[in-house]
Write a protein that binds this ligand. Structure first.
Ligand SMILES: Cc1cc2nc3c(=O)[nH]c(=O)nc-3n(C[C@H](O)[C@H](O)[C@H](O)COP(=O)(O)OP(=O)(O)OC[C@H]3O[C@@H](n4cnc5c(N)ncnc54)[C@H](O)[C@@H]3O)c2cc1C
Length: 239
């Protein structure tokens, strides 16, 4: 039996902040996650901030959080968006180095004296007298705590859809978290799924081709995409 003041389930962005905040307030804290190599992973575009989100990063910073600090230390590109417009719509947006960001965050977490890390899956909550008092992991170990914070992102009963294929997964290469949803349902919570998505990566040359087609070639007719590409290549190389 393990005993903590606070348990945070999920070492994503929310979980890292919650665990660091609890630890810095003096609480003996456990941060557990499915895969400790994926701490603070950005599963898609590694952007921090941007419209409607840069204010959030600064609010987290004002509350003593670390997302802003980690971004400043690991960004590849940082831009103030909408500078040509009024101040209300301006927003700072950074593109961070995914790996650097993750290792920076892991270093902060591992340097916090009150904070422990554990790779495990929380499968159910322990409740006593109507209050949460801990959680159980996938091998049946019990962890007691005064508070349990769930920041489980997209992983609970997660599924990935690629084309017509679908399979259980938290994120690509990471298993789906099974058990906790049923535990929440049995405690009377209404559990629903939301969808997130990663767009196709586009090659710059395809975008230039598409623009050229729409600007010029739609005026003339053509059957085959191949002849269109050949025409584009000839024009591009001026031959
Ligand atoms: C493919 C993809 C693309 C996305 N693209 C964008 C985007 O472009 N922009 C954007 O803003 N958001 C995007 N998102 C959403 C993204 O998940 C969130 O922005 C962000 O990661 C949420 O942070 P979080 O801390 O809430 O959750 P996450 O970062 O998902 O972290 C949750 C953590 O909890 C762990 N966990 C879950 N269940 C358990 C359990 N039972 N026991 C132990 N650990 C558990 C997971 O392993 C994970 O480490 C995307 C998500 C995916 C999957």
């Amino acid at each position: 039996m393990f005993k903590y003041d606070v348990i945070v389930v999920g070492a994503g962005h929310a979980g890292c902040e919650a665990a660091i905040a609890a630890a810095r307030l003096g609480a003996k804290t456990l941060l557990c996650s499915l895969n400790l190599d994926n701490i603070a992973l950005m599963p898609c575009n590694p952007a921090i901030g941007g419209p409607a989100k840069s204010n959030l990063v600064r609010e987290i910073d004002a509350l003593g959080g670390v997302m802003g600090e980690a971004t400043d230390a690991t960004y590849i590109q940082m831009k103030m968006l909408n500078l040509s417009k009024g101040p209300a719509v301006r927003a700072l947006r950074a593109q961070s180095d995914k790996k650097e960001y993750m290792s920076y965050m892991r270093n902060i977490i591992e340097s916090e004296p009150n904070l422990s890390l554990k790779q495990c899956t929380a499968t159910s909550l322990l409740v006593e007298g109507g209050r949460v008092c801990g959680m159980v992991d996938e091998v049946g170990l019990e962890y007691l705590a005064g508070a349990v914070v769930l920041t489980t992102g997209t992983s609970l009963m997660g599924r990935i859809f690629i084309g017509l294929q679908s399979f259980p997964a938290g994120r690509l290469g990471e298993m789906s978290a099974v058990g906790l949803s049923d535990s929440l349902i049995s405690l009377g919570f209404d559990v629903k799924k939301l969808k997130t998505g990663t767009p196709q990566g586009l090659m710059l040359v395809l975008l230039i081709l598409a623009k050229w087609i729409f600007n010029r070639e739609m005026k003339s007719f053509i059957f085959s995409l191949l002849s269109l590409i050949a025409r584009f290549v000839r024009k591009f190389l001026a031959i």
